[in-house]
Ligand binder design. Sequence first.
Ligand SMILES: [Zn+2]
Length: 259
Amino acid sequence: MQTDKTSCDHIVSTALSQCLGKPLHTLFQVSTSAALVEGLYQGAVKVARLLSHGDFGLGTFIDLDGEMVILDGVCYKVSFDGTVSRVEGDRLIPYAVITRFNAEFSEHHPKLTNFSELVAACDQLRESENVFYAFRVDGTFSLIKTRVMKPVPEGTGLKAAASAQQEFLFQQREGTLVGLWSPGFAGSFSVPGYHFHFLSTDRKRGGHVLELRADDVTIGGCAMHEMHVSLPETEEFLKADLSRDPNNDLANAERNHER
Ligand SMILES: [Zn+2]
């Protein structure tokens, strides 16, 4: 427990899950969306510790330097120059959400013509507005528009940081969307609603998804009823004023500005 800075609960539940062959659908999160909105982007947790809590997730890096995609147990960084690289276990990260993905339901769609259709399809698969969901979307993306954050000076708020983002438009890319859905009541620590990051099958393209068109799509997902939030022990987090409601700034920073 001391070596990994992990709780006793986590070690015991992971061991039981492996022994009984029963997947754990627990969401593990580092820091909060309110902290991001206020410009707290310093390293809090190592990637290796993050990966001990799951194999599927998304997040960001120190100083908002790129977009994080965790897929099949590997952590990738999409940089603002468009390149994708694997992230080493000893790197510290400021914010991420991860789970162990295991589809409880799945559905095939011959075609999705835009982001709204993806949202509607996922909405159909959700049974509740009050628990968290993970969605894995595999397909051929005839069009996908992503954005990648550019690194910003310490303390820059998320809204201002998002105005300097880099946008990409890719065509005919096979790939996967790593998606999470969070309930509205979770707005002070999660990003409410859907949040998708893209990674191409060749692991060369990616980013935070703004728009898409796709063929031969499989949407798999699972509900998550438990969440573990690891709050940073950094001085800046401990002293920050996080009382402001982050929802307007989050909506502004995370959505497609043309819609
Ligand atoms: Zn994102």
